[in-house]
Design a protein around this ligand. Structure first.
Ligand SMILES: *Cc1c(COP(=O)(O)O)cnc(C)c1O
Length: 403
């Protein structure tokens, strides 16, 4: 069976983890601090805070920004449930918008229509690793009329004076836009290092801050470290210093720090990330060469004048099929021992959100893409031969179902 997305674990990863286990320091410590610095350098952002998942990191971030009851956060209908769940947990309202026709990302004009005086943030999701239109989103939130209707409810929001632009970059570590890392284009870009993501720490995540001039990023880093550790003003490592036992709790905080065991995996992953990206790109090209000649296939957009993907998901679409036919094709592909996936069932199709009144009929572009989409395996250890097997399986499954 060709798996969908196994992690790349080899002797180097195992040695790095053993080293931490033997060191006597396994929770947040020197490895995590180094990992944060290296992420900032790689992404070209001002400061990075490592956390135990994207989800918890985002929850803390929304808390930091002061999002709560009565606030609205705009995000695409086409994303993983985590993007919307965190907004509900903050007590705010997820305002879903439809996506573009040419890619799977949120549509800027739909965002414009969704903005109200209650809009506190936009959460753009780089689906499949292809960056959103950050230029357009940035100019949108800076338009005088839109800035004027922004109503700040705390001093941070006052200082920014506009809607906060967040990037759900769970898929797009290393993606480029305008010759820089896409992470540097939003106010805060948020990564997931879950096992299936391009760069993994088993579970984990990072918040990369790139707030405008005037924001003190050392202070942001300090505040975030307090928030992710119960509100304590000293972490475990600081408390081990001689006589340094006393600490205070500044606020009732969260608990979602990254451990050095995770960071050790991440440091290895980051060190060899370019070869990972290169291999993914090669696999995308192998798929493209074949599928772009097939009448029934729509290949995913992964490069444009200003952008290039992190090649996270190869989301192929089968022209003119119904959702049921797509499901039948997937079943046939699995019959041939090839694992594929669907990214994603749009948020309004999930029970928790249907109950809240969201209706997929309001998001035709998201539904259309979802119904015809299949994600194919892409990962460093996938061989050329396995790619051929995947291609053959997809082709024969399509022929079998569509005749
Ligand atoms: C994986 C994923 C998340 C959640 O990441 P965790 O680290 O598992 O919390 C959020 N958004 C998107 C788009 C994802 O794919």
């Amino acid at each position: 069976m060709i798996p969908f997305s196994p992690p790349r674990i080899d002797d180097r990863t195992i040695e790095a983890v053993s080293e931490v286990l033997k060191s006597g320091w396994i929770t947040t410590g020197p490895k995590t601090k180094l990992f944060e610095k290296e992420i900032s350098a790689y992404c070209g952002v001002k400061t990075t805070v490592a956390v135990n998942s994207w989800t918890m990191g985002m929850q803390v971030l929304l808390h930091w920004w002061g999002i709560g009851e009565g606030d609205e956060v705009i995000l695409p209908a086409y994303t993983y449930c985590a993007s919307a769940n965190v907004i509900i947990h903050a007590g705010a309202k997820p305002v879903l918008v439809d996506i573009n026709s040419e890619d799977f990302n949120l549509n800027t004009e739909a965002v414009r229509k969704a903005i109200t005086p209650n809009t506190k943030a936009i959460l753009a999701v780089d689906i499949g690793g292809f960056p959103c239109d950050y230029d357009k989103l940035k100019s949108l939130i800076n338009e005088p009329e839109i800035k004027n209707q922004f109503s700040a409810s705390n001093s941070l929001q006052e200082q920014l004076g506009r809607i906060l632009l967040l990037s759900d970059a769970a898929h797009s570590f290393g993606a480029l836009m305008n010759d820089q890392k896409a992470a540097a284009l939003a106010d805060v870009s948020t990564y997931s290092f879950h096992a299936v993501k391009n760069l993994t720490t088993a579970e984990g995540g990072a918040l990369c801050f790139n707030m405008p001039e005037g924001f003190d990023h050392d202070e942001i880093y300090r505040q975030m470290c307090v928030k992710i550790l119960h509100g304590q003003n000293k972490d475990a490592l600081a408390k081990t210093q001689k006589g340094n036992w006393r600490y205070d709790v500044e606020e009732p905080g969260f608990k979602c720090n990254m451990t050095d065991i995770q960071a050790a995996i991440g440091l290895v992953e980051l060190d060899r990330y370019q070869e990972n990206l290169d291999r993914r790109k090669t696999i995308f090209n192998l798929y493209d060469v074949v599928f772009s000649t097939e009448e029934w296939a729509i290949t995913p957009l992964h490069t444009s004048n200003s952008k290039s993907s992190s090649y996270h998901l190869y989301q192929i679409r089968i022209k003119d099929v119904s959702e049921d036919q797509r499901d039948a094709i997937i079943k046939e592909i699995f019959e041939q021992d090839v694992s594929v996936n669907v990214h994603f069932q749009p948020i309004p199709m999930l029970t928790a959100y249907k109950k809240r009144g969201y209706d997929i009929a309001d998001y035709p572009e998201a539904y259309g893409k979802y119904a015809q989409m299949i994600s194919l395996p892409v990962y460093f250890d996938l061989s050329d031969e396995q790619v051929e097997t995947v291609i053959a399986a997809v082709k024969s499954a399509v022929v079998k179902v569509l005749g």
